[in-house]
Design a protein around this ligand. Structure first.
Ligand code: FES
Ligand SMILES: [Fe+2]
Length: 462
């Protein structure tokens, strides 16, 4: 008989008892691509994290100085700014950028500050034939070159060359536009790997933003984003989704420093529910009621005798998405038509994979360690050959509004409100913590662990 110590699994090797993610996809009618099956988990230790990482102004200052200027940040979608002269004002962590469409279709990002006496050149996104400072009228072309200095006779010391607007690096992938303040460092492609390889299947460049909602939340930007890095809080925070969510069956993967995934199966019962107590049809009925991307209660799906809810729901979605978008999903796996494939790119960008309308999250400190601007976009696949419409503008909720005020989100809004019912109290708790520590699960919270390890690498750099 092995002694007790031998029976303790090595750290990080324990998984939820019962049916696994592997078992589930083996039973699917069309199986998932290899990269969604292959374990990519590395045990990264079990040490607690200091609460000061979320609450300390000094820690926040270090993030602003050492991390944010050196990472690729999701700044805009292509459809936010399709035409020459279109500008997105992207602001974060003590910087403001004019992300600007050029005449040749390329994109450049300029620091949004007048080089005379420092006024911001623009406050809002929109169209501009040039950037004219509203204070004294210094003006720049949309390619960042100096256009005009009123009373130029008084500025003989300023050359056109010296007065070019400073510029940040721009990278583009999948319909997303990124900026990186620092002009050295890895390319966007290197930074995002292996995400672009995975998303070749889901082609976000064929999608546009059809819903965009934002809200300021009274909690640290990391605490907010981490609430979307694990699925297992569903058991207490989102009980209404348990009938159709394999919360504890979630497959977690990390790749390198920047990319990770939580793949939560839908249209299966939670391992926390007595599986024998309910018929398969119950799973589908609850899924249609409470899964934000499922199509709502008007859609009827019958589970044939002897069939699983998962197969029936996948078949229904396969047909529904093909009919509505004109894209062929005959080879799409059940998982890609049903599940939450929530990718995360360090530090604050989370695009969902799969063929359902894709959710995209972004979190920014707003403006300091105690508050976050959280944005939710829904991307819709555009039928082949159809011209892409512009993005819808962001519906920025007031602080006194709940997410349900954004009726365009449907039942997803209720899920976000449930998350928000925790977050300000997470921040409050972190501030008054006696131990000054938070503890993480070795497997289900591995993405949070990876995130902090990567953050530490930036903070340690000289
Ligand atoms: S501050 Fe911009 S023109 Fe003077
Ligand atoms: Fe949640």
């Amino acid at each position: 008989m092995p002694d007790k110590q031998d029976e303790t699994p090595a750290p990080g090797t324990a998984r939820c008892p019962g049916e696994s993610w592997d078992d589930l996809v083996r039973a699917d009618s069309i199986g998932v691509p290899e990269f969604l099956k292959k374990e990519s988990y590395e045990y990264l230790g079990s040490e607690p994290l200091a609460t000061a990482r979320y609450t300390s102004p000094d820690f926040f200052r270090q993030e602003v100085e050492k991390m944010w200027p050196n990472v690729w940040q999701f700044a805009a979608r292509e459809e936010d700014m399709p035409d020459p002269g279109d500008v997105v004002v992207y602001e974060n962590a003590g910087r403001s950028y004019l992300v600007t469409r050029q005449d040749d279709g390329s994109v450049r990002a300029f620091h949004n500050v007048c080089l005379h006496r420092g006024r911001k050149l623009r406050l809002e996104s929109g169209y501009s034939k040039d950037f004219k400072c509203p204070f004294h009228g210094f003006t720049w072309n949309t390619n960042g070159s100096l256009k005009e200095i009123p009373c130029r006779w008084d500025f003989g010391h300023l050359t056109d060359e010296k007065m070019k607007l400073p510029e940040a690096r721009v990278g583009r992938w999948g319909g997303y536009i990124f900026v990186c303040e620092n002009n050295t460092g890895v390319s966007l492609e290197e930074y995002l790997a292996p995400l672009p390889e995975h998303f070749k299947r889901w082609k976000h460049e064929d999608c546009v933003t059809v819903i965009h909602v934002g809200k300021v939340i009274r909690a640290n930007w990391k605490a907010v984003s981490e609430a979307f890095m694990e699925a297992w809080h569903s058991v207490v925070t989102h009980p209404q989704i348990l009938p159709f969510t394999g919360d504890a069956n979630t497959f977690y993967a990390t790749w390198g420093d920047n990319v990770n995934l939580a793949l939560t199966p839908f249209a299966v019962m939670s391992p926390h529910i007595d599986q024998s107590a309910h018929p398969q049809q119950w799973i589908v009925d609850e899924f249609l009621k409470y899964n934000g991307r499922a199509g709502g209660p008007d859609l009827k799906v019958q589970v044939p005798e002897g069939e699983t809810a998962r197969k029936a729901m996948a078949a229904a979605n396969r047909k529904r998405y093909q009919d509505s978008t004109g894209h062929d999903h005959s080879h799409a796996s059940d998982a890609e038509l049903l599940d939450a494939l929530v990718y995360n790119v360090f530090p604050n960008f989370a695009p969902w994979g799969g063929f359902m309308p894709n959710i995209v999250y972004r979190w920014r400190p707003w403006p300091d360690q105690d508050a976050t601007l959280m944005e939710v976009r829904i991307l819709q696949r555009i039928p082949p050959g159809q011209k892409k419409p512009r993005s819808v503008p962001m519906n920025l909720l007031r602080e006194d509004q709940t997410w349900t005020a954004a009726t365009e989100l449907g039942t997803l809004a209720n899920v976000f409100d449930q998350d928000m019912a925790n977050l300000p109290y997470v921040q409050d708790g972190l501030k008054v913590s006696k131990t000054g520590q938070v503890n993480l699960g070795d497997y289900q919270e591995i993405r949070i662990r990876q995130f902090h390890r990567t953050l530490d690498k930036y903070l340690a750099a000289r």
